[in-house]
Structures are given as C-alpha cells and as structure tokens.
Design a protein around this ligand. Structure first.
Ligand SMILES: [Zn+2]
Length: 166
C-alpha cells in the first residue's frame, strides 16, 4: 500500500521512509521532510542514533555535548528544516525525535535549530513566516534568555544556559 503524498507541484519526491518523505523544491533545490502519517504532541516520530560522532559541527550535525556533534541515523532526519515555530524536537538524551504540535499527513516536519545548537557554524537568515520569527539564527548562545526559554531545549542547551547565569 502506498503512502505517497501529493504535494505542491513545485516539489518533487526524493525518497520515501515509511513515516515521512523527503521532497525537493525544484525552484530552490531545498529539501524538506514531510510526514506521511499524522502525529500527536508527545509522540515519537522516530528514534535516532549517532551515525558518526565528530568534534566540530557541520550543517548536517546535531549537537549533543560541548565538543560532540552527531550525524543522524536514520539519515533522512537530516532533512528536517529549521522553523521558529517548530512541530518537532530532537531529544538528544532519549535519542528520540518527538512531535511537539499536531502534525498532519503531508505537513512539513521542522525543528528549532537552536534547541540543539549552542553556536552554529553556518548562521542564516530565517524566512519561516512565523509572526515571532527570530530571523537571525545563530544558535542558542545568541538568543535572548526570555525568548529561548519559551522553546523546548535539549538537556545540553539547558545546561549551557544555566552556566551563563551570573
Ligand atoms: Zn523563523
């Protein structure tokens, strides 16, 4: 039985991974991850593990400790894009990719990069469209404490924020 999605014609299917599919925007070349089933808040979208462990971040890694960054296994999870209003979260303690807000079939699955990244090597300007979009995404270290505490954060990021208090 096929669970293949039908999405905007500007998107083309790259790969199917049962619970989600990777699509590519033909105009921009950007990949995105879309759910093929619905998820409820708190549900585990996927377990994950470290494909490789490196001491320097790249645009594909997720930070799990001060000098510890992992590539994601299963690899398709790396196509989850950033949003300032994310619907998913990488819990790097439980090693579970968790649903934060209801996700419908076909919806893009996103996470908040600074929820895992302390200081990013490739900062970028966000165009997610959320009314409270933070725009300048550089990692948790660069976000106002009152703003970042509104987000679900990994134990590592929470620990880092705790150290910052006077
Ligand atoms: Zn944004």
């Amino acid at each position: 039985m096929s669970t293949q999605l039908t999405l905007d014609p500007v998107l083309q299917l790259i790969s199917n991974h049962h619970i989600a599919e990777v699509w590519q925007n033909k105009a921009t070349g950007q990949n995105s991850l879309h759910a093929t089933i619905s998820f409820r808040p708190g549900e585990v979208i996927s377990d994950f593990s470290a494909g490789t462990i490196v001491n320097h971040p790249t645009y594909l890694t997720v930070q799990v400790d001060t000098d510890k960054h992992i590539t994601l296994q299963p690899e398709f999870l790396q196509y989850a894009n950033h949003s300032c209003h994310p619907n998913a979260f990488f819990d790097t303690t439980l090693m579970q990719f968790i649903c934060l807000r209801p996700i419908q079939e076909g919806e893009e699955i996103t996470f908040f990069y600074p929820s895992t990244e302390w200081s990013m090597v490739q900062p970028f300007y966000c165009y997610c469209g959320y009314e409270k979009c933070l725009q300048d995404i550089r990692g948790a270290a660069h976000i106002h404490p009152e703003t970042i505490k509104q987000y679900r954060l990994t134990d590592f990021i929470r620990k880092q924020l705790g150290k910052r208090k006077p």
